[in-house]
Design a protein around this ligand. Structure first.
Ligand code: NDP
Length: 284
């Protein structure tokens, strides 16, 4: 058996075409969705992520504002900048690129972003809304995974979903979103004893661990849906996932590749959230 590849790249491209139409409609009403990205310091990887986000905004005809602050910026100055953007009517979404320098409290920064502009979906208000299933902003990577499953026609209700990893930005929220869609969810993490015992019973396996080729064929059940969130560099410096694609793709029913799997969906859902924020600003 060879798994069907779930192409995040293709699904993302399709979703971006739909979004471009939404942007046109909003522009016709005099609103250009605007995303502000705050970049502190000059972390190389962060710069690349920020560039990709700006590029996606431009391609969709959205407004993108880059706020670059020096590494030594004080927490107070950063919070003041966020407050300014919270009150700026041309900005609908605010994103602070993480990680931040050590002298800045990440939690304080996230809490300062207005929940109505929190397009990353990290603010406690939006996390709470996700838990209770209310309208809010969903975190982009977990949201992208759900959209991929939906677009591929994979039903979630009643399935056993196993999530390996419990970070606040990926593992925990993706499990919650699967639960909201009526999966039976098991979380695994670094303290889980006998990981295989759980992963082998997964109908849907989501892996967000950050260890190259961690999940092998003997971790999975024949025909399982395998979603690989990992973005790692192997010894040769090549981008690879948390799942050993070579062997797992021979046993799984569906699998996401790395690159061109979950990655392109993350930025697409950021654009989606920004367009949603702009649309919702009309009624406030
Ligand atoms: P974190 O480092 O925050 O979390 C990793 C999780 O994996 C933790 O919960 C940890 O457990 C668990 N873990 C570590 N070792 C093991 C193990 N041996 N067995 C079982 N669980 C283990 O990572 P993130 O969630 O931020 O990211 C995970 C991966 O996804 C990374 O490769 C990252 O680059 C990638 N990523 C990709 C994105 C995309 O758009 N494609 C977006 C975000 C992340 P514990 O809690 O016990 O420490």
């Amino acid at each position: 058996m060879t798994a069907e590849i779930i192409s995040g790249k293709e699904i993302a491209a399709k979703k971006r075409l739909e979004l471009a139409k939404e942007v046109e409609k909003l522009k016709a009403q005099g609103i250009t969705p605007g995303l502000a990205v705050i970049l502190v310091g000059d972390n190389h990887a962060s710069k690349t992520y920020v560039r990709n986000k700006q590029k996606a905004c431009h391609e969709l005809g959205m407004y993108s504002l880059l706020v670059e602050l020096p590494e030594e910026v004080s927490e107070e100055e950063l919070l003041k900048k966020i407050d300014e953007l919270n009150n700026d009517p041309v900005i609908h979404g605010i994103l602070v690129q993480l990680p931040l320098p050590k002298h800045i409290d990440e939690k304080k920064v996230i809490d300062t972003i207005s929940p109505t502009k929190d397009v990353d979906g990290f603010h406690p208000v939006n996390i709470g809304k996700m838990m209770t299933g209310e309208n809010g902003f969903l975190p982009c990577t977990p949201f992208g995974i759900i959209v991929m499953l939906e677009d591929t026609g994979i039903s979630v209700a009643g399935k056993h979903a196993v999530v390996v990893g419990r970070s606040n930005i990926v593992g925990k929220p993706v499990g919650q979103l699967l639960l909201n869609r009526h999966a039976t969810v098991t979380y695994c993490h670094s303290k889980t004893e006998n990981l295989k015992h759980y992963t082998q019973t997964a109908d849907i396996l989501v892996v967000a661990v950050g260890i190259a080729n961690f999940i092998k064929a003997d971790h999975i059940k024949e025909g399982a849906v395998v979603i690989d969130v990992g973005m790692n560099r192997n010894e040769a410096g090549k981008l690879c996932g948390d799942v050993d694609f070579e062997e797992v793709s021979k046993k799984a029913g569906y699998i996401t590749p790395v690159p061109n799997g979950v990655g392109p969906m993350t930025i697409t859902m950021l654009m989606y959230n920004t367009v949603k924020a702009a649309a919702e600003s009309i009624n406030r």
